[in-house]
Ligand binder design. Structure first.
Ligand code: BG6
Length: 488
């Protein structure tokens, strides 16, 4: 692995503490950090190198999946960490930063490969990128990469503006847009599921598949994020990015050992074939909901409008369900149903592929006990892949019962999304990052829905906290003769 300096903006923040430092530590333990490695953390707080290192160490004890109880190892890991105070808008601070980065590169005799990780609010992306360019930090004689987190824009036009501005300082191949769902181990394994199993590959078409259901239910509510969430809602927070990424990953065909270009090209093709929903048709294809008071595991919880920081007349969506259609030879006629919501009965992210039943009309349980064949990919918090088939029920003559075959058992203590993604960014592998084409096409699909919401063309259905969302979401599938699987 090539020598690398990580320049981390937002080093005193929550994401760094919860995800980035633990991920780096686990990569270090696994021997997946470059031998020549330096990290410069930046923030407004007046920390020293020592207080920075102490804070990083604390975060490992709190959040690392592997215990950080070997003092020698932890010390060795922290040796790479330096801190500098930086005010994002002050050019002088970038010159000071440049000196620090260069002096560390000289000290460690490293090539100047620099990975700029922007773990800060999106309003800071443009000024930071511009200052990296202005200061000369981005023009050393090595590679440079920019890692940014969502949200990438607030709508189609702001996303385009942001991209145009970032591209003045970084080329597309240098930009690594994190969508942490693409780092989840089961999402990464979907590629090999097809590659290693010709049977599954052969079935991955509208000839055999009746519908695909993609669910990301969360039991948490808005938590302490009212200021952010009340302006974005489920549609921007989850749907435009994570959910559409899952759709792309489920819909692509990957028969061979695909290169990153092939994967991204195929994802783009899926998005291009996604039928746009006109503003007037949103009402028939998209259900928006907002949680009302209810109960979670027996405890009463307040409704969204009574959450701290939320306006009592907020029209924000905390739930979205939608029916999407991909207009290509492979998927024409197969609805993709997607839903995501807060304060749902339980937390689970999964993809269910429901196969056709050629001998039957209805796809729901029938009298002989057969159910449709299902391929279930559990993405989180449980991980696994199961195939549901029908077998003769020896106890009841003439009838069947569903049996489940585990194709991939739940792996123990597997690397977290951020480990996979930071490791890939260090290696320069863009496969599991969102390309601008995908981001732009996702916003294009979402924009008419945002417009319809804005103009109130679609009802906002309340649902009780602790349920599976508004009943209208069930009706969306029932119209087509289906139902959401595994709502217990
Ligand atoms: C984030 C959203 O991107 O994803 C949060 O901003 C959401 O609102 C989170 O809770 C869900 O991620 P995960 O990995 O817990 O499913």
């Amino acid at each position: 692995m090539e020598p690398t300096t990580i320049v981390l903006f937002g080093a005193t923040g929550d994401l760094a503490k919860r995800k980035i430092y633990p991920a780096l530590y686990n990569l270090f333990i696994d021997g997946k950090l470059p031998k020549e490695f330096s990290l410069v953390g930046l923030g407004r707080r007046e920390w020293t190198d020592e207080s920075f290192q102490a804070n990083v160490e604390k975060s490992l004890h709190q959040f690392s999946r592997r215990e950080a109880n070997d003092a020698g190892l932890v010390k060795e890991f922290l040796r790479a960490f330096r801190y500098s105070v930086l005010d994002i808008g002050r050019q002088e601070d970038y010159l000071k930063l440049l000196q620090l980065v260069e002096s560390r590169e000289n000290e460690l005799q490293m090539q100047p490969n620099r990975l700029f990780y922007l773990s800060v609010g999106p309003e800071y992306f443009e000024p930071i990128a511009a200052n990296i360019k202005e200061s000369g930090l981005g023009s050393a004689n090595g590679w440079k990469r920019l890692v940014i987190e969502k949200p990438f824009g607030h709508d189609l036009s702001s996303a385009r503006d942001l991209n145009r501005n970032l591209s003045k300082s970084f080329e597309e191949h240098e930009v690594f847009r994190i969508d942490h769902y693409l780092g989840k181990p089961m999402v990464q394994r979907m590629e090999s599921l097809q590659q290693a199993n010709p049977v599954i590959q052969a079935l991955w078409t509208n000839r055999y598949i009746a519908n695909v259901q993609i669910t990301a239910n969360e039991s948490v509510g808005v938590e302490e994020r009212a200021g952010y969430y009340d302006h974005v809602g489920a549609i921007r927070d989850m749907f435009q990015n994570h959910m559409l990424q899952l759709l792309m990953m489920a819909a692509i065909h990957l028969p061979n050992d695909s290169t990153s270009e092939e994967v991204r090209f195929k994802k783009k093709k899926v998005m291009e074939a996604l039928e746009l929903v006109q503003k007037e048709d949103v009402i028939a294809n998209v259900i928006r909901g907002q949680y009302a008071e209810g109960s979670m595991q027996g405890n009463p919880v307040v409704g969204y409008k009574s959450e701290p920081g939320i306006a009592p007349d907020s029209m924000n969506d905390t739930f979205i369900a939608a029916k999407l259609q991909i207009d290509n030879n492979n998927w024409r006629g197969v609805p993709f149903y997607i839903r995501t919501g807060k304060r749902m009965k339980d937390k689970s992210t999964r993809i269910v592929v429901e196969f056709k039943e050629p001998l039957k009309q209805a796809s729901t349980k029938s009298e002989d006990g057969t159910e449709p064949n299902l391929l279930v990919i559990e993405i989180g918090p449980n991980e696994g892949i199961t195939l549901q088939l029908n077998a003769k029920d020896p106890e009841h003559k003439g009838s069947f019962k569903p049996v489940h075959i585990d194709l991939q058992a739940s792996p123990q203590n597997s690397p977290e999304a951020y480990e996979n993604l930071i490791g890939d960014a260090l290696n320069g592998d863009p496969t599991f990052f969102a390309h601008w084409d995908e981001v732009e096409l996702s916003w294009q699909w979402v924009q008419p829905i945002l417009d319809a919401f804005e103009e109130n063309l679609v009802p906002l259905y309340p649902y009780a906290a602790g349920t599976y969302g508004p009943v209208e979401s069930d009706a969306l599938l029932a119209k087509d003769g289906y139902h959401w699987w595994f709502d217990a």
